[in-house]
Design a protein around this ligand. Structure first.
Ligand SMILES: [Zn+2]
Length: 96
């Protein structure tokens, strides 16, 4: 399974269900080494989960993807809020 790669300004053809997936241990180590941490306000836990949420922007007139890096706890909270499960880390074939 391949995913489109994108960031905050990425666009998509249509709004989809939100997704959340676990990043690989080597990515956790890299993000932490680069000084990243959970993006939830006032949370300083290491990044463990990536969340994507699609939304239609009337400002730009197209669908955008909001990408966020969260810790385990806040990633799980996102998944629960959207009634989805946190998916396992992508395997080989998703290399950038
Ligand atoms: Zn957090």
């Amino acid at each position: 399974m391949s995913r489109p790669r994108g960031y905050h300004s990425a666009t998509a053809p249509q709004v989809r269900r939100p997704v959340a997936w676990r990043i690989r241990p080597d990515e956790i180590a890299r993000f932490t080494a680069e000084g990243h941490h959970c993006e939830t306000r006032s949370c300083r836990e290491p990044v463990a989960i990536v969340t994507w949420r699609w939304f239609r922007s009337h400002w730009v007139g197209r669908v955008l993807i909001a990408e966020h890096f969260t810790c385990e706890e806040h990633g799980q909270a996102f998944a629960q809020r959207h009634h989805i499960a946190v998916e396992p880390a992508p395997t080989e074939g998703d290399a950038r």
